[in-house]
Every structure is written in structure tokens, then in C-alpha cells.
Design a protein around this ligand. Structure first.
Ligand code: SF4
Length: 483
């Protein structure tokens, strides 16, 4: 794909979008996601910040993404450019990155490097863009970003971005850093004394909702809206858990339904614990009975089994669900109790039954292995129980290794080890062969994620070295080995 083919591909994507915002403003922000377009444009947080920047009287946002194939950009010397006006990132006074999780850090390196912008903030000068970071990663471990960014807005950034834009519209680079450090919930490397508590938006500014609809995303043409934010539960491994996240904040069902545009044929309800919303029946009923398809980001098995029941799952089926997806997040009862996950076999078995009764073709369960203290007995329990479920309805298991996150009760827990995880995967595959579909996440990538999630700025520098050495696993091992 040459220079023109790259441009044409992006023009085609923009032509297929509905709801793009365009504005002439004194301050232009390149709003970047270090993931490819089809993933990034399914991020409600990214779309929310896009709209907030446009609401500011002095600012406009143009979007840019990690190229699908950075090698092509490099070969034809094409810089990463924005979708709205095809301007390279280096033309902007401010580049704002929204980062979901640790492994996306290499996308930042790639995007800056393709534009000739030094990756390390210490190598940039006042003529370079100011680089701001935000997004979900900032709740758990923003420290790995510090060598590369000029400032961070931690947590929910929809309100704080306005104050940042007020400052950025008038300030020089250095002044901007000093002033940003004074804002609550913001951190400026080399200026701020300590990492502050994350920002939290006022309830009256919820819900976030999509602006741009396009078929070219993983959630094809789905209008996303957030009927609740946060979670009132307390799973010991989760950064969204109640006490730190401020619990669950809900938006009345009628407000959510009123904001769904006429032309949205598919609606996604996004949130950490959507089925805990007290009006979830009204929400789902309102959407499905209007003839739309529905998607829900988080279906809790205990809520489905004990409260919502058959009528609710039939509504989901009417709204287009063919696979019911839930999470167990622990191989055995013992592991789930240890992790504070109040899902038991009875809930999962009843959820399987509800999926079958509603005519769905499959149940998918997210599992986590490798919690502290887990043994092969726990894995055997997972196999035994999965076989039982698969007799009720066809089952898929999506299995990922436990990666401890900072700012959670299990924050400092060790990583299981790649070879032990692989032996557990082997046992699960053998035990469920031909009966249950298994989708295991890479234990190597999980180890890299763990090293980044537990590390500080030197782990960020190690990630840069690994990326510079080609990003293969051996490069990551070597980079972390030298810490
Ligand atoms: S894992 Fe889910 S249910 Fe548990 S605290 Fe996190 S968001 Fe809530």
C-alpha cells in the first residue's frame, strides 16, 4: 500500500462515518488513540473526550490512530495524520493520547516516531507539541507514561479537559506544565510532588454517548451510551471496584432512552456493571421494543440467575443476542471467594439454562487463571464444571492469566509464571477437548502486561527499549531483565 493508497483508505473510512465534528478554532488538538481505528472507535471514553474538546469555545479535535500496518507508513515515509484534515501530528500544538491499558504504550512510541517527534519528553523542545495523556490506564498505573508525556489527567477527564484547554489556549509550553500541575487530578512529571487521586465527573455530566457511528469498528454501527459508571462491587483484582471508583453512579432509564438518536439501529449499553442498574429491565425493554438491536458490556451471572431471569434473557435474544456472555473470573469456588467474586456454580448453570431457553446458540464465560494460591485442583474444578455447563448449552471459555493491577487489594500479587500457566492451559485443553471451545489469552503478553502494571517510569523506558529492538518477546525479556 503506497502513500496514496494509505490516504485513500482513510478517506474512505471518513466518508463512511456519520457524526464527524468539524470546526475552525484557535487551538487544535490531535486526539490520538494508540490502537487501530476499528478498536479505538469502539471506545466510548475516546468518543466522549472528542466531543468535550469540540464543546470548548477555543478548541477543536482531530482524530488519529495507530496505523493498521505501521511498516507501510515507515516504508513510504508517511507520518501519522489526522482523519479530519489529514494533518501530521507534528503540526499540532497539543497531542492528547487516550490509553486503555499497559500494552498500548508501544502504540504511543510508534505514532510519535512516525511523525519525527522525539519519544522521550526530555528530548523535546518548546517547538514540539505538548503531549497529554489520559484514559483508563491512568487509574491503575500512570507512572509508566511519565518519561514520555508532558502531563497526565488521571481518571475521568471529561471535565478537567476543559480546564486544560483554558490553559493551553494561552500558555507557553513551560507555563502550561506548571499550571497543569496545580489542577486537581493532574500530574506533571518533574513538577508534581505526588500522584493525585483520579478525577471524577459530576453525576449531572453523565451519561457519555457516542458521537460518530460507522460500520468499520468491532462494534459495527453501534450507538454506545453509558447508563451507569463505576461499580459498587469489590472484586479484589479490579481497578473499577467500588471503594476507589466511588461506587456505581446511575443515569435514569428515561434519560438514557431519550438520548438514543432516531437513526441508531444498534445500541450498546456500556459500563462496568450495567446489569446492576436498578432500571435495567426498562432500559433493555425500551431499546428492544423500539425495534433496535442491543449489546451490553457486562452481564453478571448472579443478576441474570437471581433477579432478571427468563423474560430478560428472552428480551436480549429478541434484541439480536445469539451468544450470552458472562464472567466467572476464577477457576473454582475457592478462587472466586478469594477474589471477592460472588458468582457461584448455581448462577452460571442457571445462566446457561436461560441462554438455552431463549434459543441462543452459545454461552461464553470469561475465566481467569493464575490467582495467588491456585492449584491444579482448582483447574480440575474448572474442567468438571465446564463439562457440566456444556451439557446445557454449547460453551466457549475465554481464559486469561491473572495480571495484578496497582491500586487494588491484589495489587502486589506475583505473576504465576509462563510455564505454569502453559501447563494449566494444556490441562484445560485436554480436559475439555471436543466438548468446549477454548480461547486462551497469551501468557507471554500477560507477563509483559504484568511487568508494566507493576513497574514505574523505568518499566516504561524498558518498554521503549523492547519496542526499539523490534518488540519480540526476547526483546521484552531482555529489556525487563536489565531493570
Ligand atoms: S470485576 Fe466487575 S463486578 Fe467486580 S468490581 Fe470490577 S467491575 Fe465490578
Amino acid at each position: 500500500m503506497n502513500h496514496w493508497e494509505i490516504k485513500n483508505r482513510i478517506r474512505k473510512r471518513v466518508a463512511e462515518e456519520e457524526g464527524v465534528l468539524r470546526k475552525v478554532a484557535p487551538l487544535n488538538v490531535a486526539l490520538c488513540h494508540p490502537a487501530p481505528y476499528e478498536v479505538a472507535m469502539s471506545s466510548l471514553g475516546f468518543q466522549a473526550i472528542y466531543q468535550e474538546i469540540h464543546k470548548h469555545p477555543l478548541a477543536a479535535a482531530e482524530r488519529a490512530f495507530l496505523p493498521d500496518n505501521p511498516g507501510e507508513y515507515r516504508r513510504y515515509r508517511v507520518p501519522v495524520f489526522t482523519y479530519e484534515n489529514e494533518r501530521p501530528l507534528s503540526d499540532f500544538p497539543v497531542i492528547a493520547f487516550s490509553i486503555a491499558y499497559e500494552l498500548e504504550i508501544t502504540g504511543i512510541f510508534e505514532m510519535l516516531d512516525l511523525c519525527g517527534i522525539p519519544i522521550l519528553s526530555g528530548e523535546r523542545t518548546a517547538r514540539h507539541p505538548f503531549i497529554l495523556a489520559g484514559g483508563p490506564l491512568t487509574i491503575s498505573n500512570p507512572a509508566i507514561l511519565f518519561p514520555f508525556v508532558d502531563g497526565v489527567i488521571l481518571g475521568e477527564g471529561e471535565e478537567r479537559i476543559h480546564q486544560f484547554l483554558d490553559l493551553a489556549a494561552g500558555a507557553e509550553h513551560k507555563n502550561l506544565r506548571d499550571k497543569l500541575a496545580l489542577l486537581a487530578g493532574c500530574y506533571v512529571p518533574g513538577v508534581s510532588a505526588e500522584i493525585p487521586a483520579p478525577c471524577r465527573v459530576l453525576d449531572e455530566n453523565l451519561p457519555a454517548a457516542s458521537r460518530i457511528l460507522t460500520k468499520n469498528t468491532v462494534l459495527s454501527s453501534m450507538f454506545l451510551i453509558e447508563p451507569e459508571r463505576g461499580c459498587s462491587r469489590s472484586c479484589a483484582y479490579c481497578v473499577m471496584r467500588g471503594p476507589r471508583g466511588g461506587g456505581m453512579r446511575t443515569v435514569p432509564a428515561e434519560d438514557v432512552l431519550r438520548r438514543i438518536p432516531e437513526n441508531a439501529r444498534r445500541v450498546g449499553l456500556v459500563g462496568a456493571a450495567v446489569t446492576d442498574h436498578p432500571q435495567i429491565f426498562d432500559l433493555v425493554g425500551g431499546i428492544v421494543e423500539s425495534g433496535r438491536e442491543i449489546g451490553i458490556s457486562s452481564l453478571r451471572a448472579d443478576r441474570l440467575a437471581d433477579h432478571l431471569g427468563e423474560e430478560f434473557v428472552r428480551l436480549l435474544a429478541k434484541g439480536g443476542y445469539r451468544t450470552l456472555t458472562t464472567a466467572a473470573d476464577g477457576a473454582s469456588r475457592r478462587m472466586r471467594d478469594m477474589a471477592g467474586r460472588n458468582t457461584d456454580e448455581r448462577h452460571l448453570a442457571r445462566t446457561a439454562e436461560l441462554a438455552r431457553l431463549a434459543g441462543m446458540s452459545r454461552l461464553k464465560i470469561y475465566e481467569m487463571i493464575g490467582f495467588p494460591g491456585e492449584t491444579m485442583d482448582d483447574i480440575e474444578e474448572l474442567i468438571r464444571f465446564s463439562l457440566e455447563i456444556s451439557k446445557i448449552v454449547p460453551l466457549s471459555l475465554s481464559v486469561s492469566p491473572f495480571v495484578a493491577k496497582r491500586n487494588t487489594p491484589l495489587g502486589g500479587a506475583p505473576f504465576e509464571g509462563i510455564s505454569i500457566l502453559e501447563s494449566k492451559y494444556s490441562r484445560i485443553r485436554a480436559g475439555l477437548k471436543g466438548k468446549v471451545e477454548i480461547k486462551p489469552d497469551s501468557s507471554r503478553f500477560a507477563w509483559i502486561e504484568y511487568m508494566l502494571s507493576q513497574g514505574n517510569d523505568s518499566a516504561g523506558l524498558a518498554a521503549m527499549n523492547a519496542w526499539r529492538q523490534g518488540g519480540r518477546f526476547a526483546a521484552w525479556k531482555q529489556a525487563f531483565g536489565s531493570l
